[in-house]
Design a protein around this ligand. Structure first.
Ligand code: BGC
Length: 746
């Protein structure tokens, strides 16, 4: 190990130890501090502003390079006592600029009467994506496709170090929305459609962010978002209404939040939208009855961007901003991501003075915020000389990013073993995403929409990576195709004259949130035509999708010889794709969502039986293009010897399911065993199947391994008529791979 690495590790350990001592007295210290505070100071703590509010220039005229405006900063921190700041003003900072920003904020917080440090928060959702030089990893949808929580745990640890190394103790991650609607432009920010998988990955990320490897608490807070029911708007558009019955809300959407709260998540961000006509920011039922009383959440609730004001401007449930302030704070909001005005603070003070918000509510919220600041060591940090600003260390994390990408990329089709390609294959690579770094990363990459590539000069595109791996002389790159317009057939075919194989990199441009809304899930015809043109010309057509949501293309799918689904694989993704195409890496990703066959009819894999019937009510099975959990390999895995240790368990028992998995092919590889359960008959119509466990194993060619999985019978529960989880005795089929067996629960 190089001296620099050793020193860095030492500093990180020291830093974690000095700052990360989670002293149990944090709440006592917070109480003592609270008792000295004025109403104005408390309300200041409940206010979060964007960095733009203390920067030179405003909005689109924000000055570049970014500079703090000390007059604004003094007013905001010293006079108004603002407790939290977030984000960047439109681009990514170097560690040294972060140092300037964080230390000047600190300087003014020390000038305030009670010297309360400011809590800085950021969206570092796939790496420290607002710190120059940090490693960028696959987006969450790709992490889910790895079915490998251990790797994601490691990633969360690296990200926490990089973000904390920029002086920031709070990450607005992970997203625990369950991605049930592929139209939704934040689909790729999720861990996919299955509540069990989302829960497992969510807990992993929280642990990775908040704990160090040696089990100590890290001075870093995760933020679960967006509580709750954001991800399935009826129209598929961002921040549009969802209609979710309480039963589904509990069984699908609340579950991952409940699990991550149990894992100790310190903060939670609220869904910008509305459920059943009630904006979540105004819902006492969701913010108090469920979140506090049932889920026992002790941390802070933060609004999403401007969402208190939105109660009046968008949702129309309050006539004035001031009323909206009272409504949301009374509903249970602790910290307001205001983030662009100073009126919130004023209105909240007035509401308290007029008796519209009780002082107790203010005290409760402020206490939680102060407690978090103590837990994160922010008070100590100001006094100590702990190393806080650390340049991201890249070598190991880049390797990890590559490994995550290679384990996520999913082989959806491989007709006549079209892949891997021979190393002497002559290839044409084209399509809108062939030479486009942004398509590897998606949104939240250096900027909100991820459209600025100037930070990634060294990153390989798929075209570059193919040239590196197969040799420049064998790989031709053809430019000129956009998402909805392609070159003439002549130009396309001329370029392919001397090649047998065409690699088409298709999919989407980058987006997140509202700018990513679409009105049709179908992949643009122009891109589908590319596939047809080359197939009809007799080429071997390999399609590589770089996209955040499955765009339907069922009629064109038969023209593809092979399909590789790469999600948004991060900066190392292109190399991973090339290594899979040449067979250096054996693909092992599995779809964390159902790939719909039709744009107009979409059901998730855990649908009800009646969704699997045709026009004559005859069972035709689940009709997707590729189901949840699907993913091929270059080798062949056989599943045998299924044994269930107790076939008549009680509802309180845990059973062990064992089986043997054998690699019968010629290539080493990973395989993920997915354990599903099907409840045969139940008082609430049962899902056809539900994932209840998974295990990823590595098997050398010819090797066999015994796998055993524990299954608590309580995990067979569903939410019953009374909206409570229950296990109903009866027959359950357990399915892994092609193996099935049944148990009778007593
Ligand atoms: C997004 C959140 C994000 C926040 C702060 C909002 O627009 O919905 O996911 O954390 O902005 O950047």
């Amino acid at each position: 190990m190089k001296l620099k690495t050793v020193l860095l590790l030492f500093l990180i350990v020291l830093f974690n130890q000095v700052i990360g001592q989670n002293n149990s007295s944090s709440i006592e210290r917070a109480k003592a501090l609270l008792s000295k505070m004025t109403l104005e100071e408390k309300v200041g703590q409940m206010t979060q502003l964007t960095i733009e509010m203390v920067s030179k220039g405003v909005g689109n005229d924000i000055i570049k390079p970014h500079a703090i405006d000390t007059a604004k900063l003094r007013n905001v921190i010293v006079n108004l006592g603002v407790g939290s700041i977030l984000n960047v003003s439109g681009y990514t900072y170097t560690v040294s600029h972060w140092k300037e920003v964080i230390t000047s904020i600190e300087k003014y917080s020390k000038k305030s009467r009670l010297k309360i440090p400011v809590l800085y928060g950021i969206d570092a959702i796939h790496g420290a994506n607002y710190t120059v030089g940090s490693t960028l990893y696959p987006q969450q949808i790709g992490l889910a496709a790895t079915f490998n929580p251990e790797l994601s745990y490691k990633m969360a640890q690296y990200v926490a170090n990089d973000v904390r190394g920029s002086g920031i103790p709070w990450n607005f991650s992970p997203v625990l929305d369950v991605g049930r609607n592929p139209m939704w432009p934040r689909f790729w920010e999720t861990f996919g459609e299955d509540p069990y998988l989302v829960s497992q990955m969510g807990v992993t990320m929280v642990n990775g962010y908040q704990n160090t490897n040696n089990g100590k608490v890290r001075p870093f807070a995760a933020c679960l978002k967006h509580y709750v029911g954001y991800s399935n708007p009826q129209s598929g558009h961002d921040r549009a209404p969802a209609y979710i019955p309480e039963r589904q809300l509990r069984e699908i959407y609340l579950l991952p939040f409940a699990k991550a709260i149990d894992a100790g998540a310190k903060t939670i961000m609220i869904n910008s939208s509305e459920i059943n006509g009630e904006p979540v920011h105004a819902s006492k039922f969701l913010l108090q009855t469920i979140l506090r009383n049932e889920l026992n959440f002790k941390g802070i609730t933060v609004t999403d961007w401007e969402d208190i004001k939105n109660l009046t401007t968008r949702h129309k449930v309050a006539e004035t901003y001031k009323e909206a302030v009272a409504l949301s704070i009374n509903a249970g909001i602790d910290l307001a991501m205001v983030p662009l005005d100073l009126e919130f603070t004023q209105y909240l003070i007035e509401n308290v003075k007029e008796g519209k918000v009780k002082l107790d509510r203010i005290d409760e919220a402020t206490l939680r915020i102060l407690n978090l600041k103590f837990e994160l060591g922010l008070f100590e940090e100001v006094k100590t000389k702990t190393p806080r600003f650390i340049e991201p260390e890249q070598i190991e994390s880049k390797k990890l990013s590559y490994e995550l990408a290679s384990q996520s990329i999913t082989l959806l089709k491989n007709q006549f073993n079209s892949l891997p390609l021979a190393s002497n294959e002559r290839i044409l690579v084209t399509g809108p995403n062939a030479d486009y770094i942004n398509a590897l990363n998606g949104g939240w990459t250096h900027t909100w929409q991820g459209r600025d590539t100037s930070y990634n000069p060294m990153v390989l595109t798929v075209a570059n990576a193919l040239q590196n791996v197969f040799g420049k002389s064998q790989v031709t790159y053809l430019k000129g195709n956009s998402y909805n317009q392609i070159l003439s057939s002549n130009e396309l075919l001329n370029a392919a004259q001397n090649v047998g194989t065409v690699v088409l990199c298709l999919g989407e441009d980058t987006y997140t949130e509202k700018p990513g809304d679409i009105n049709d899930l179908e992949l643009e015809q122009a891109q589908q035509n590319l596939i047809k043109i080359y197939k009809e010309a007799g080429k071997k057509v390999i399609v590589v999708f770089l996209e955040g949501r499955p765009r339907t293309f069922a009629k064109t799918e038969p023209f593809c010889d092979a399909i590789l689904y790469a999600y948004l694989p991060g900066n190392e993704g292109a190399l991973a794709i090339a290594d899979i195409l040449i067979g250096k890496v054996n693909p092992s990703g599995k779809l964390p969502f159902t790939f719909p066959r039709f744009a107009g009819t979409h059901t998730t894999y855990d649908c009800k039986y009646t969704e699997t019937l045709n026009n004559d009510f005859k069972p035709i099975g689940f009709n997707s293009l590729f189901p949840f959990g699907y993913g091929l390999s270059y080798t062949q895995f056989d599943y045998t010897d299924l044994v269930i240790d107790n076939k008549n368990p009680l509802t309180t028992d845990t059973i062990t399911v064992s089986l043997k998995i054998s690699n019968k092919g010629e290539m080493d590889g990973y395989e993920t065993a997915l354990l599903y359960i099907s409840d045969e008959y139940a008082s609430i119509t049962p899902s056809i199947k539900r994932l209840r466990a998974f295990k990823k194993v590595y098997l050398k060619a010819g090797e066999s391994k015994n796998v055993s999985i524990k299954l608590a019978i309580s995990d067979l529960a569903f939410v019953g008529l009374d909206n409570k989880f229950m296990v109903e005795p009866g027959k359950f089929v357990i399915n892994i791979g092609n193996l099935n067996d049944a148990i009778i629960v007593k």
